[in-house]
Each structure stands twice: as structure tokens, then as C-alpha cells.
Design a protein around this ligand. Sequence first.
Ligand code: GLO
Ligand code: MG
Length: 365
Amino acid sequence: MPTRTFSFGLWTLMNAGADPFGAPTRAPLDALHAISGLAAHSVGAFELHAEDLIPSGSSGAERDRMIREARARMADTGIVCDACGSSLFTEPVFKDGALVSNEARVRSLALARYKDAIDVGHLLGAPLFNIWGGRDGSEVEASRSPIEALKRLRDAFNNLADYIARQGYAMRLSIEPKPNEPRGDLYISTVGHALGFIATLEHPDRVGVVPELAHAAMAGLNPAHEVAHALYAGKLFGLHLNAQRPLRFDQDLRFGGAGLKDSFFVVKLLEDENWPLPRTFDAHPYRTTDEQGVWSFVQGCIRAYEVLADKVAQFNADAEVRTLLAEIREWDHTAETGSVSPHRGFAYERLDHLVFEILTGTRVH
Ligand code: GLO
Ligand code: MG
């Protein structure tokens, strides 16, 4: 039996089907209902923005009550919180950026808000605080030097990492890169940008990356390679699974809803490397989905992962695949002297077709 844990962003279930061109199409779930519903569907963990649970502007008493209620549901069901963040990007005051805003008092406000959200994450037992800087970008390049933006981001991440350490919280920080949307260009666009940036911090060991498959596809990148770079650097602190047609607006499709082969190779990487952390889904139920359908969305994401994990096992056990891969390894280990023929054939046509047959369930032995 696989022991992997699945997780959903609470915001994915609370999404009411609105898009930039249209109003909501279903009643939003409230956060507590989303937590209980996930647990009832055997989901082991959830991620949230602090504001998903505690709407911004709530009183201190209201905040404490919501945290108490969430913790009670977690204790009753065993579901855990695997990451917390903040949805600052929704608020008009952060329209020119939270951590990179050209107004110092807005940057201070953002830091204070992130610290409040970090406290909420700590109270829910979250081991990770994940920052997707949705407004930390620009449309008007002349408005801010990108170097200045990176310095502001560096100061902010140093400040937040320091806060977590001073509070004694057992929590790491992560950056979720995205190339664009809602800003014309976001400053930390890909896993590579994030890794380069993290190396400039005071304590790079405290900060990692949460790649999202849709964000990689929006940049036209191979999602498995994005995830691999984070893994290889020891920085894969989390992962957002979903689906996306390349080079478009952020579609956030159900995992398995597009890019089957890319999804397969991401699952293969995670399973082959025994990545231990929760597989988190960050997708939107379609706008055409009703309230009941939200739970088929949940089941669909999980089932797609499990089916692909079975396909990975089938691929790894397939005798012909194994022979082809053994041959490839052999070439690598043979210390050849003499000339190298440019005309040598590689059996990749067959190897790739075997992937196709395994994925389509048409492999005949
Ligand atoms: C949007 C992001 C967003 C983040 C979330 C993390 O494109 O994927 O959903 O994952 O805000 O806190
Ligand atoms: Mg995400």
C-alpha cells in the first residue's frame, strides 16, 4: 500500500468558480467545511492561506475561535496542516507589490501581515510557510529596477526567516515561482530564479522552493525538469500539482486534466526518488462544476496521481523497458576508445512508444 500523503489547498475547494470575466457559479465552501470534507475523503493534509480561515479584518477573538475550531477538526479527524501562506495578493493595498512595493510603509505592512500568517501556521502545526508573491512583479519596467526589487525581496526573506527562528518555530520558508499573472512579469519566475535568489540569503538552508506544474508549463518549461532542479538542490520543500496547457493564462486544471505525459514523468520522478512530503493539489474545479462536483474534483486529482504511480511501477517493471535502459547504461559504462560513430542508432523510438502504450493501457505482453 502506498504511504504517500495527499493534500489540497483549502482555497482550491473554496473557489466559487469566478474568473476575470465572470461571477461565481457556485456557493463557496467555508474553510472548516473544506477541512472536514477533505478528511472525510481520506485526504491526509491541507495547505491554506491564513486568510482562508481567518478573513482579513477579523477581530483577535474571532481569529482565536477559528484557530480553535480548525484544530478541533484536525484532532477529530487526524488531518494535518502541511503548509500555510497568505493571500496578500488579493488586497488592493498590495497592488504594486507586497514585498517589492515602492512604498516603504506597504512593504512593512506586508511583513507584519506575513508574520501574523506565520503565527497562524505555527498554531496549526504547519512545517512550512509558502510564499507565492503574486503581486511582486511589474507591468511598467521603468517603475522599479529589478535589482532593487531583488534587494527588497532579499531583505524581506531574511527578515521573515529571522522572525521564525527568533520565535522558535519549527517551520521552514519556501518560494513558489510563477512567470506572470496577475502581474505582467513576476520577479521570481521559475525554480531556477528561486534557487539563484535563495543563494543570496543570509540563511539559504532555511528557504526552499515549491514548484507548481502549471507555472512551469506557463513558461513553456518541462515540469519534471523544474521539479528535478529543486530536488537535486535539496530544496523541494513542497509541490503544487495540477495541469495546464503550455504558454497560456494560469488554467489550474485538475491533475490529469492535461499534459498526461508530463504528469507521468513528474510522478515518476517523485516516486523513483521516494520524495517523502505530501503531494499537494493546487487546481480549480471547473467553473461548470457544482458544489457536489467539487468532491469529484478531489477524488479525480488523487485517483490521477495513483493511476500514474501504478503506471510508473509498470514502466519500471517492464522487461523490454528494463532491457532498453540496461543497454543505455551499458554504453555509458563501456570505456570506448577509437572513433565515435555519428550514425549509431538509439532505441529511443521504441522506448518512447512503450511509454505511450503503458499510459494508454495498450501494452500487450
Ligand atoms: C497562484 C498560486 C497560488 C499559491 C498560493 C500559495 O497561481 O498557485 O495558488 O499556490 O497562494 O499560498
Ligand atoms: Mg500554487
